[in-house]
Design a protein around this ligand. Sequence first.
Ligand code: PGA
Length: 247
Amino acid sequence: MKKILLVANWKMNPQSAKEARVLFDAVSDNVKKLKNVETIICPPFCYLSSLKPSKSAKLGGQDVFWELQGAYTGEISARMLADLGCEYVIVGHSERRQYLGETDEIINLKLKMALKCDLKPILCVGEQTGQEMGEVVERQLKIGLTDIAKAQISNIIIAYEPVWAIGTGNACSSDNALSAALFIKKILTNLYGRFLAEKVPIIYGGSVEARNAADYIKESQMAGLLVGGASLDAEEFAKIGQAINNL
Ligand code: PGA
């Protein structure tokens, strides 16, 4: 059986390397016993070198640049992430789309570079308040996945994160999450055929907590969760892990 993915997106937290190590160690310890869950922790870049990934707690970046090397002040390459022990990288998070002006075209370039360097990209898609889910997600997927070959698609994870649910406490209902999961599967099937589409994990993110975590796996056909706020609390994060491990 495939493991359920549990991704922690620490965003721009915590504020010191020491706190990051304490949190990472606590989380690593807590998730060791979760046999059915693959935990991936995505800290700020500056902490990556001081965190040691393990079989139970893998590392991911929160972003990546689209070129391999050169004169790109402030950017971090996919190879640098891989060198620091990352196996995964979040690409196209809505906060980067919103505050850093990332377009679907930029996100496509980042995805391709991540794949080239053998990182597994976690591509975030989702609509804002007032937008139609299908319209937005279809565009984000079609442009985001342009020129991604059939041989590569099963290395990508799609995270459905409705923007209105992120950090608001206003989590998506499991019915709506199910509709989104089915819709994403449909688009992937159109692009890659059913066999390959089935291999792409679709996960949910947006105000996930221990009390709603299991619903998305049981009722919404999600293959995992992307957790922001609650991933900064080692105990709450462990509870989320237990809730999905024991299904
Ligand atoms: P949240 O964030 O869990 O705090 O809503 C999720 C995310 O942005 O990935």
